[in-house]
Structures are given as structure tokens and as C-alpha cells.
Design a protein around this ligand. Structure first.
Ligand SMILES: C[S@@+](CC[C@H](N)C(=O)[O-])C[C@H]1O[C@@H](n2cnc3c(N)ncnc32)[C@H](O)[C@@H]1O
Length: 389
């Protein structure tokens, strides 16, 4: 402790810090954080909901298995908020241990301070490059959480290798959303080995999942998403690692290409190969597991986590019940068929009256997921327009 207090870096940190509470965890953070790479130690209060969701989803994942110990690695720890919340808030009868690392010495000091503040004894802190920390722990972690600045791809291979455990969970965030959404096509091809589409934001998650699946398959491991979302400036997914060549083949079979004609999407399988005009490979299977989302929602509500997290889980629970790649954007459809835009709730009601299931999506205020075809929606929009004449 004395060593930390007398350290110049710590004094620099200490002069500008405050204590806040996130979930059930207290955290020393910088008072004047700019939430940029230039901060002495990174902490982003906007990501509280992200961490609330993460604790809730990992709790749901933990509840699924009977285990004696549960090892988590947060190799890009920042102020330690994420890893410390896992160590402090996950409820588990067995032994729960968390490794937190960061390459920035000031971050490591702050993580140690936060560790003491919460009186936690189940956390080990490492001043280490994330790839080194993960590579040293081949097949060790039940959960690895990659939360870098920008793209998780530089850490993905070592992250997968560290999580090749029975029933492992690989979580990752990407903040290079513009790349994944097609604003920087060449960068996306270079980093993710996939062609992006400037379309539905859900395709950004599906592209990132597809990239991880292709990377994991060489280890005869399949990855299966159990929870995914696109929020604020980032894309996040939670992938269960399933060992065996068969599981890896199954994951690959779920990859495919997409092309767009207005709001209509057409698909091609991975084996058919890339064709000009298509984007991908994307993951085409379910990106959310209803049971996990239900359980996570329950946790978030009982623990009084942020409204934002609860709200997102409620949306995603409904989305998880409809198998549709992406959504229909009502404004886009109306602009394409040159019709007035009906109130979204009215259109949803009409779809239900016609026997379809429908829900709004968390990432687009004009988006709906439904088992109706685009032509069914267009008919209902036209009927609404006739009424308005
Ligand atoms: C986005 S911040 C992490 C935020 C944190 N997970 C949270 O939830 O508050 C990314 C962190 O990665 C650290 N970092 C950057 N490159 C690294 C590397 N190669 N190895 C380990 N840490 C690294 C940075 O110092 C920074 O603290």
C-alpha cells in the first residue's frame, strides 16, 4: 500500500480521483476522465450498462453449468471496473477467481486500489500485454472478456486459445462500429476478413461473430452466440466455446453471404462462396439464447441494475424469439415504395391482427423483427396510406 501511495503515478491519479458505485462495487475513477485513449487510466461511465449486462449474462451462463471453480480473465482491464464487478457480484458456490491485466502501469495501480477498496481476495492483477497474459494461460479460463480500444481482432486468437475449456465463454466488444457497418470497407476486409454491408446494424454483430468462428475453427472449436447487442458506439457478443470438429463444422455451416435489394435481403451459403455485390461472411444463426436472456433479465431486475440494461434485455428477449437476420426499417420501406410512414405501433398491431409475430429492435427505433414477408408489410403500409387519402 505504501509503495503505491508514494508512487508518483499514483499521486497523479490520486489528486484527481473520486469514488463511485457501479452495481454492488465501489470504484476509484478519474474525476476528469475524457473517456479517451489519452486518459491516465481509462474509465467510461457510459459503459456501466454494458457492465451490468455483462455481469447478468455471465451470471446466467454460470447458472447453466454445475462446476467447482470458475476462472475469468479481463486482460484489458482499465480501471478494473469490469473484472472487479465480476469478482464481487457473480454469485457462485464454488471458487470464483478473476485475473485482470493491463499494459498501462497507472491502470494496474488503480486496479490494485480498487481491489483493496472492495476488500476482494479472489483477484490477481497483472501488468502484462493482453496477448502475453492470454497465451501464458492456454486452455485455462471459463470466461475471457476482450474489451479493447477499437477492434478485438488483435486479441482474438489468444483469447480463443485461453478459453478452450469445457463450456468456455468468450466475450468481446468492438468499438470500431463504423468499420463493421461498412464505412471503411477496406479496413473491414483487412481486419475481419469479411466484406461489410452499409445496412442493418445487426449485420455488424454477425460479421464479428463470423470472423471469430473462422478463427476458432482451426482449433476444432465451434463458437455459439448466446447474447449480442449493438449499443451506443459499440458492438458486443458472448460466444460459448464448443469443442470438437463437428461443432466447428456446424458453426461454419451457419456462415453465409447477404445482398440487399432495398430492404429485401437475399442469402448465399458459405460454401457457395463470395460473389460481387454480396457482403459477408456473416453468422446467420441465432445471436441470442432466449433462456440466457430471460435469466439475465431476472438478475438485472433483482439487483436493481441500470434501467438502460434492463430495457435492453427486455428488447433483446423479444428479439430472441424471432428468427430473422436483421430487421425491417419501416422508414426505409416507405421511402422505397413512396408511401407515408404509419405509426410503428399501429403497423405492429395490424401485423398481429394478421397472425404475424412482431417486435421492435433495440438498435433501431424504426426497426421491426417479424415472421411476415416484406410484401405483407408493404400491403399493410399501402392500406394505411389508402385510409389517409
Ligand atoms: C477500453 S479500455 C478497457 C475498459 C475496461 N475493460 C472497462 O470495462 O472499464 C482498454 C484498456 O486496454 C489497455 N491496453 C491497451 N493495449 C493493451 C495491451 N496490448 N495489453 C493489455 N492492455 C492493453 C489500455 O491501457 C486500456 O486500459
Amino acid at each position: 500500500m505504501d509503495e503505491i501511495l508514494n508512487n508518483e503515478d499514483y499521486k497523479k491519479i490520486n489528486s484527481k480521483t473520486k469514488v463511485i458505485t457501479e452495481g454492488r462495487t465501489n470504484l476509484i475513477v478519474l474525476e476528469d476522465s475524457k473517456t479517451s485513449k489519452k486518459d491516465i487510466v481509462f474509465y467510461n461511465p457510459v459503459m456501466e450498462a454494458n457492465r451490468d449486462l455483462s455481469v447478468s449474462v455471465i451470471q446466467a451462463f454460470l447458472n447453466e453449468f454445475d462446476r467447482e471453480e470458475f476462472l475469468i480473465c479481463d486482460p484489458l482491464g482499465g480501471s478494473g471496473a469490469r473484472g472487479l464487478r465480476y469478482a464481487n457480484e457473480l454469485e457462485f458456490k464454488g471458487e470464483l477467481k478473476v485475473n485482470i491485466g493491463d499494459i498501462n502501469p497507472s491502470a494496474v495501480k488503480m486496479i490494485n486500489q480498487n481491489l483493496k477498496l472492495n476488500g476482494l481476495e479472489n483477484v490477481t492483477v497483472f501488468h502484462e500485454d493482453a496477448n502475453v497474459l492470454l497465451s501464458k494461460n492456454f486452455k485455462l479460463f471459463n470466461v475471457t472478456d476482450l474489451d479493447p480500444f477499437g477492434s478485438p481482432v488483435p486479441y482474438l486468437d489468444s483469447g480463443i486459445r485461453a478459453t478452450l475449456t469445457k463450456g468456455g465463454l468468450l466475450c468481446m466488444t468492438a468499438t470500431d462500429t463504423a468499420v463493421l457497418c461498412g464505412a471503411y470497407r477496406k479496413t473491414c476486409i483487412r481486419k475481419y476478413g469479411a466484406v461489410p454491408l452499409r445496412a442493418d446494424k445487426e449485420l455488424a454483430v454477425r460479421l464479428m461473430v463470423g470472423c471469430a468462428i473462422r478463427m476458432a475453427s482451426k482449433y476444432d472449436v465451434g463458437l455459439k452466440p448466446i447474447f449480442s447487442h449493438v449499443t451506443d458506439h459499440y458492438v458486443r457478443t458472448f460466444l460459448v466455446t464448443e469443442r470438437g470438429a463437428g461443432k466447428a463444422d456446424l458453426a461454419i455451416e451457419n456462415l453465409g453471404y447477404v445482398t440487399l435489394n432495398g430492404e429485401e435481403k437475399s442469402f448465399k451459403s458459405f460454401e457457395e462462396g463470395y460473389e460481387k455485390g454480396y457482403g459477408g461472411p456473416f453468422y446467420m444463426g441465432s445471436i441470442n439464447n432466449t433462456k440466457i436472456v430471460e435469466d439475465a433479465l431476472n438478475t438485472a431486475k433483482t439487483r436493481n441494475y441500470s434501467k438502460k440494461a434492463v430495457n435492453l434485455l427486455e428488447y433483446i428477449l423479444n428479439e430472441s424469439k424471432i428468427e430473422q437476420v436483421g430487421c425491417y426499417d419501416i422508414h426505409e420501406i416507405c421511402s422505397f415504395i413512396k408511401k407515408l410512414v404509419p405509426p410503428i405501433t399501429e403497423l405492429m398491431e395490424k401485423l398481429r391482427e394478421n397472425g404475424f409475430i412482431v417486435t421492435r429492435v433495440h438498435y433501431n427505433p424504426y426497426g421491426i423483427k417479424t415472421d411476415a414477408k416484406l410484401s405483407d408489410i408493404a400491403v399493410l403500409i399501402s392500406e394505411y396510406n389508402l385510409k389517409k387519402i
